[in-house]
Design a protein. Sequence first.
Length: 328
Amino acid sequence: MPSPSAKDSTTKITLIGTGTIGLSFAAFHLTHLASPSQLTIYDTRPDVAEYVQSQLPKFFASPDQNQNHDQDTNTPPLPNFSAITIATSLPSAVQSATIIQESGPENLSFKTSLWAQVERHAPSTALLWSSTSGIPASQQSSSMASPSRLLVVHPYNPPHIMPLLELVPSPDTSPEAIQATMEFWERRGRVPIHIKKETTGFVANRLAFALLREAVHLVQQGVVGVQELDRIVQTSMGPRWAVAGPFKSYHAGGGPAGLEGFFGNIGGTVQKCWEDLGTPSVGDGWEEGVFREAREAYGVVDVGERDRITRRLLQVLEEERGAGGKEE
């Protein structure tokens, strides 16, 4: 992953929505803007200013979390949160923005109405991004006069830590908007991937949910427990996939013959597993048992621990890839 460039003193970013994803993006942008005053936040909640001031600092690692990692250069210094602009109306929030990024409710009518309003009040040159988990830009832009600026910028949670951004344009999104978005994230050391075709859930979620479905099936069938299945993933494909994705991993597993050799060796087993994949559906009745087992195993998950370990893992990967002189 390339090193982020010097802090940006010209871009003005407006974030719409102060949920977990919105605030996580705010934390990321604050570490790359020259001044917090370049960031504007808009939300309809009445206590938005107080909420941002109390919740946003939680997305920055505290000193006690990093007491054993003093060299963690991914941990940013705390910005002046009071300098962030809290907009009181949508027109004032977007009127001078360079980038407008929406992280609002997963509701099509909300997003359709929002972008039509944004288009009326924002500069004609502003980039328009949605961090939706599944509503395509082609649907969101249906009420816009010019949908060419809008595209999905889907993060992997939490975006202030995870490098991936899935850029999912609609058929109407201009190549210039896609390229400008790619360059924005690349300059900040992130990994933007241009998804060439709109598809339900995009790519990262489709892969993750396919694994989740089979995990539910295996637990439901009594093959393994919730906590045991998690341990299997953590001690096998989890670390493996942090180094190389499934294609590269199995290409390596095939030896000199690569992926073709892999399927030549155990393609029959692969096919039997594919044919035997479980097909649980949401609402089938498996939820009560699996949910109970997850609660008993984990209670309330400490996301601070998750984020701290993830930061450290990404740092080690970056160091090792730098030492090898090659991006994975």
